[in-house]
Design a protein around this ligand. Structure first.
Ligand SMILES: [Zn+2]
Length: 171
């Protein structure tokens, strides 16, 4: 009988060890549906995201970002000392409105997964530094998302590499 217990114990310990050896990313459950949506678009445009996902420690809602009349930060990517993005954080206040939440979340996801910098200061685009009206962006959502993905550095990179493959094929 004790042998059976021992075997179970060993199997149990091994599975615990292998679980802890796996990399994991903490994703706030309130952001998970938007992240799933975002990855579905990545799949549709053939943009890889797995490696980038596991470079992150967390994708989180926080109450530590500034919030004031003139200087609110709705979301942010945090970098390590090598300048690589290690977490994506969203200001809790954004949770108050679903439309603003999806614009801010896609904006921050795109910094990391689509390798975006800002496209403008204030031009009613997802990648603007700020937007006078988040609702204008949200109302035009499908077009906004298409524009976001098709003009992204990560997408242009995949197109470039697939073009090179077809030239090689012709030769
Ligand atoms: Zn930004």
């Amino acid at each position: 009988m004790w042998k059976i217990f021992l075997v179970y114990f060993v199997i149990f310990s091994i599975s615990i060890l292998s679980l802890s050896a796996q990399k994991s990313v903490d994703v706030d459950g309130r952001l998970q549906p938007l992240l799933t949506d975002f990855f579905a678009k990545c799949d549709a445009y053939g943009i890889p995201y797995n490696d980038k996902l596991f470079k992150l420690k967390k994708i989180d809602i926080v109450d530590t970002l500034p919030l004031s009349e003139n200087g609110s930060v709705l979301g942010k990517v945090e970098r390590n000392i090598d300048g690589e993005i290690e977490s994506i954080i969203i200001n809790w206040v954004v949770l108050l409105d679903e439309e603003i939440l999806k614009v801010v979340a896609f904006h921050e996801f795109a910094h990391h997964f689509l390798e975006y910098k800002h496209t403008c200061q204030d031009c009613n685009e997802i990648m603007a530094v700020q937007n006078k009206s988040y609702f204008a962006v949200a109302r035009d959502w499908d077009n906004q998302v298409e524009h976001l993905f098709t003009t992204s550095p990560a997408y242009l990179e995949t197109i470039k590499s697939s073009t090179i493959v077809s030239i090689d094929y012709i030769n």
